[in-house]
Design a protein around this ligand. Structure first.
Ligand code: PEP
Ligand code: MN
Length: 359
């Protein structure tokens, strides 16, 4: 798929807020719940109501969505509030029912994007549709797989396309439910600057506390929209209770977020600078995290040396590391002098750590 200016047309043509705000519950639970949330959202910047009807759950036995009946609740919410509606589709039957019930935006979930077989079936069921289709990233950090899904839809003549960044699974526990790995959406944006990019901070965070900061980072990185799980009574939601916020909180967030408009020389300069600085912040965060991880391993080596009564400083090993890193530095346009300074500092910190173990 080539970058194509038409990719963004649907977003420009919709007279919606910038950024596009999609909000609503993780799951449609009852008709009363869907209508209540929709009416509360009507007074906010949200112009699209989301609600999962079919829910992909990790383990059987959890609430798996209300199914087809929920589509009539979405329809009613649209009639009563004028909001557009959005739901997840995971197979051709879902597509057929969502189209029949006039859902405006169909999204493909992270667990579906991983499977080219299912994506192909969905693409065929959607052939030529003029509905908007948003593709969430696959659960694993694989940009090619994500773009492959978008391309299958594009080839199936689905032209109102966009992507949703919802973070990536990790085995290791991090502060996020799904690690943002910002570099991946940044790379995607560099390759397809006209493919609308929406942030789902709810599934990245997995809690309420981190949602605002994630939204701000997304806007600083020029994301075009936000999809935020919103519930009138988050604590009692039937799924993803920990990460949902109320429509009131959502409203406050959209007031407090710094939203960058795209016009004017001065503004364009500021936008670009903010974007580049956020990209640097993302990398700096990774650097400290990685240095921390390196130090934990250095501590383990220290413990092992202590147990076997071996000296901390091992010159031969150290010179090997330096030689290797100078070569890798050259490949990455980093001078020998710089590599030596950095690695001396890292090495010194490792020795300090190991010395502490010996006290
Ligand atoms: C959702 O949006 O409720 C959902 C299930 O998302 P994801 O596919 O990102 O896990
Ligand atoms: Mn959810």
């Amino acid at each position: 798929m080539k970058n194509n200016k038409n990719l963004k047309t649907w977003l420009d043509q919709m007279e919606l807020t910038h950024p596009l705000v999609i909000a609503g519950p993780c799951s449609a639970e009852t008709e009363v719940q869907v209508l209540k949330i929709a009416h509360q959202l009507k007074n906010t910047d949200a112009t699209v109501l989301r609600a999962g009807i079919w829910k992909p759950r990790t383990r059987p036995g959890n609430f798996e969505g209300v199914g087809e009946i929920g589509l009539s609740w979405l329809k009613k919410a649209k009639e009563e509030t004028g909001m557009l509606t959005a739901t997840e589709v995971a197979n051709p039957r879902h597509v057929e029912l969502a189209l029949k019930n006039d859902v405006d935006i169909l999204w493909i979930g992270a667990r579906t994007t991983v499977s080219p077989f299912i994506i192909q079936e969905i693409a065929e069921a959607l052939k030529g549709t003029d509905k908007i289709v948003l593709v969430k990233n696959p659960v694993n950090p694989d940009l090619a797989l994500w773009l492959g899904a978008v391309e299958r839809l594009y080839t199936s003549n689905v032209k109102k396309l966009g992507v949703i960044h919802r973070g990536f699974s990790t085995y290791e526990k991090t502060r996020y439910r799904n690690n943002p790995e910002w570099q991946i959406p940044i790379d995607l944006q560099n390759r397809f600057p006209d493919l609308p990019l929406i942030l789902d901070p709810s599934h990245i965070a997995g809690n309420r506390e981190n949602i605002f900061d994630l939204c701000q980072t997304g806007l600083d990185l020029n994301f075009n929209g936000l999809m935020i799980e919103t519930h009138h009574d988050p604590d009692n939601a039937w799924s993803d209770a920990e990460q949902q916020i109320t429509p009131e909180v959502l409203n406050q967030y959209t007031i407090d977020l710094r939203i960058r408009k795209q016009e004017g020389d001065e503004i364009e300069y500021k936008n670009k600078l903010a974007n580049l600085r956020t990209r640097i912040d993302v990398i700096d965060h990774k650097l400290t995290e990685i240095l921390g991880k390196r130090m934990i391993i250095a501590d383990d080596i220290g413990k092992l040396k202590k147990k076997s009564n071996v000296a901390i400083l091992q010159n031969k090993r150290w010179n090997e590391i330096l030689g290797k890193m100078i070569l890798e530095g050259e490949d990455n346009n980093l001078s020998e002098e710089f590599i030596l300074k950095i690695y001396k500092a890292i090495h010194q910190e490792s020795i300090n750590h190991q010395k502490k173990l010996n006290k």
